[in-house]
Design a protein around this ligand. Structure first.
Ligand SMILES: [Cu+2]
Length: 175
């Protein structure tokens, strides 16, 4: 299962020169603009492991009260987010995509709106105490980012506004 992304390695190679570390390449780090009242924002990026060793993304540090690794999962037709403190493995040659509706970084405890054009510095933490700085670009969400054919919001869209994060506290959802 971990090997399914190997085929993408050759495609990803031209971008490797952009890396801070030769072995781990990070690109497309983005946070979509939040609403004025949003207390959380999701971060997305792509990481390619161009080394011979497996790495695990284990956490992230940023200028927010909390920053966690999450995964959106569909349960009984309802999208909810689950913390993944164990992190995300990236096998040699594999590319890990954090994207809407799937694995993502969650910034929590926001006290200000994140607006288009802002840059959010952060540090990705990997196994073996590897730390890599990254800058997230805040940008406006695409006009029609992901409405499903039947009109429901696509997975991950709930992350833009007032998001239910009760699951991350081990409590049942309560509105
Ligand atoms: Cu989340």
């Amino acid at each position: 299962m971990l090997r399914t992304a190997l085929a993408f390695l050759a495609l990803a190679s031209p971008a490797l020169a952009e890396s801070h570390l030769p072995a781990i390449v990070i690109h497309d780090a983005v946070i979509f603009e939040t609403t004025p009242v949003a207390k959380a924002a999701a971060g997305y990026l792509t990481i390619t492991n161009d080394s011979d060793a497996p790495y695990t993304l284990t956490g992230i540090e940023a200028g927010f009260p909390r920053a966690e690794l999450h995964e959106s999962v569909m349960e009984n037709d309802v999208m909810r987010m689950v913390p993944r403190p164990e992190g995300f493995d990236i096998a040699p040659g594999e590319t890990l995509s954090l994207e809407r509706g799937g694995r993502h970084i969650m910034f929590m405890g926001l006290d200000t709106q994140l607006t288009d054009g802002t840059e959010i510095p952060a540090t990705l933490i990997f196994s073996d105490e590897v730390r890599i700085p990254v800058t997230f670009d805040v940008m406006t969400m695409p006009a029609d980012p992901g409405t499903l054919d039947d009109g429901r919001l696509a997975p991950g869209m709930t992350e833009q506004g007032e998001m239910d994060h009760s699951g991350t506290e081990g409590r049942p959802a309560e509105d």
